[in-house]
Design a protein around this ligand. Structure first.
Ligand code: ADP
Length: 313
């Protein structure tokens, strides 16, 4: 079976229970939950039957152990996750505003979780079909260099790159943007949230940016549209939009990664992209019904059992 390699931050996340609860004051918090966007995506891809490995770093502490225990249980190969004795596993605090936006406080760049390097990844590239990279992993100069080097190494070996810009204003610096643009323009698969392509590529709406990417290196572009569903753009100008599966949203954290893990896992197992999109849209919807980044991740059997919820398109 095709193999997927995910790279980047592995951390624990504390989630504010109440909307508009400031991250700076005592309040009701849930967690710690195993998290980190690449970890959530890898977890979901494994639950959907993909052969997937994750490369990153954690501290030699209980948080690192909790993350690796969860990922192993889901079937993610974590043999190459480096346990760094000289630092702690990263932590993020996330709170939600009434307008649906989120605010994060990260302990990441200086944590063990921020120390992944190309050297951690190189042997893991053997036999891999797709490397998935995320903009959220570009949170420091060193991380930008590592992610850029992994991209170059993958392309030099002819490995397809999948990219989710996953922009985090809290950690993104102007000097990181060229790395993100280089990967965005060189990736074969792009999975972007609403507004991200427009922000990175200029003033054109996301849909026009998707078509622009397809005229370059991309063969597949997916636009994640939150409670409005998702869109699929393929080379050959095939396009498909699906409305969201109606659910009661409890916590949107991880929905995009759950969506991405499902989409990649199913495409790598030979599913038609349109069917993969419909099931990713379903997985994203089910993810937001649970509190905690990986709490709403589902197996392929769970998704099949929920197919009656799929909107008719
Ligand atoms: P990200 O978390 O990367 O910003 P989105 O918020 O767009 O991504 O969510 C990813 C996908 O999850 C959406 O494209 C959609 O399929 C699903 N989803 C997200 N929020 C909802 C919601 N409130 N109701 C139903 N589906 C949702």
């Amino acid at each position: 079976m095709a193999r997927l390699l995910c790279i980047g931050e592995i951390l624990v996340e504390m989630v504010a229970v109440d909307v508009d609860q400031p991250t700076t004051r005592p309040g009701r918090w849930a967690g710690p939950f195993p998290s980190g966007a690449p970890a959530i995506l890898a977890d979901q891809a494994a639950l959907c039957g993909a052969e997937v490995s994750l490369v990153g770093t954690v501290g030699r502490d209980a948080f690192g152990t909790a993350c690796l225990t969860r990922l192993r249980a889901s079937g993610v190969v974590v043999d190459q996750v480096r346990v760094d004795p000289d630092g702690t596993t990263g932590v993020a605090f996330v709170s939600y505003r009434g307008d649906g936006s989120r605010s994060f406080v990260f302990h990441l760049a200086d944590a063990a979780s921020g120390r992944f390097r190309l050297a951690d990844v190189e042997s893991g590239l053997l036999g891999v079909d797709v490397v998935h990279l995320m903009g959220s992993s570009v949170f420091s100069a060193a991380a930008a260099e590592a992610v850029g080097e992994v991209f170059d190494a993958a392309r030099a070996r002819g490995i397809a790159v999948s990219f989710d810009p996953n922009l985090r204003p809290e950690t993104l610096r102007r000097e990181h943007v060229p790395t993100l643009l280089r990967i965005l323009r060189g990736a074969q698969v792009v999975l972007a949230s609403e507004g991200e392509l427009q922000l990175l590529l200029g003033d054109a709406p996301d849909e026009d940016c998707a078509r622009q990417l397809l005229a370059g290196s991309a063969t597949t572009v997916v636009l994640k549209r939150g409670a409005r569903g998702a869109g699929l753009y393929l080379d050959g100008r095939e396009e498909l939009s699906v409305p969201a599966v109606p659910v009661d949203e409890v916590d949107p954290t991880g929905a995009g990664d759950c969506f991405g893990g499902t989409f990649l896992a199913l495409v790598l197992q030979g599913w038609a992209p349109a069917d993969a999109l419909r099931h990713a849209n379903l997985a994203g919807a089910l993810a937001v019904t649970q509190r905690g980044p990986m709490s709403g991740n589902r197996t392929l059997a769970d998704l099949r059992a929920a197919e009656h919820l799929l909107p008719s398109t």
